[in-house]
Design a protein around this ligand. Structure first.
Ligand code: SF4
Length: 176
């Protein structure tokens, strides 16, 4: 029987190196907590071996690609969580502000679970109806990049403009 629970330090190190390299080409930052990073990478490799895709190491996957598509890392909830909490659900991705603040990761609501109610969301946004998957479209006023996510991206992935340069243009219903 295949053992999905053991990854060698070399396997973890090589996956981690690739992840760090890829992330360094983006506007995103990974946690600087080495132990957490190793644990999460280990979980992603286990999931990739088990399901054929690196589903979120902090969530229970279904094993069906169509059902799990939204939680393949990086999940579709990452940007909204970074904008609202400074970290993704697992803490793998964190904003520079969060890292520099020295804050420790803490449990945050799981948007994927469906338990992140409209009421909770509306505490910090007047535009979201998450249960019905209606989200705003944000336009980067510097380069025109469009993102249909709950909160404006922390940084524009194209021109690196900060979130305050995004304007809300409309609402769309996403089928995620
Ligand atoms: S919560 Fe973080 S680690 Fe989990 S899938 Fe989303 S981006 Fe990846």
């Amino acid at each position: 029987m295949t053992d999905f629970t053991q990854n060698s330090p070399d396997t973890i190190e090589s996956y981690k190196k690739k992840l760090i390299e890829e992330t360094s080409k983006t506007v995103y930052s990974l946690t600087d907590d080495e132990e957490l990073l190793n644990d999460l990478v280990d979980g992603m490799i286990i999931n990739e071996n088990r399901y054929g895709y690196p589903s979120c190491p902090c969530r229970m996957a279904n094993g069906d690609l169509n059902t799990d598509r939204d939680i393949i890392c990086p999940c579709v909830y990452r940007d909204s969580d970074l904008a609202q909490f400074g970290m993704c659900y697992c803490g793998l991705y964190q904003t520079e502000e969060f890292i520099n603040s020295g804050n420790k990761i803490k449990p945050i609501p799981d948007r994927h679970s469906g338990k992140f109610s409209t009421t909770e969301a509306e505490k910090s946004s007047d535009t979201v109806s998450f249960n019905s998957k209606t989200v705003p479209v944000w336009r980067c006023t510097v380069c025109g990049y469009l993102a249909s996510v709950e909160f404006p991206p922390v940084k524009c992935p194209v021109c690196k403009a900060k979130s305050d340069r995004f304007e809300k243009t409309s609402l769309v219903t996403r089928s995620i």
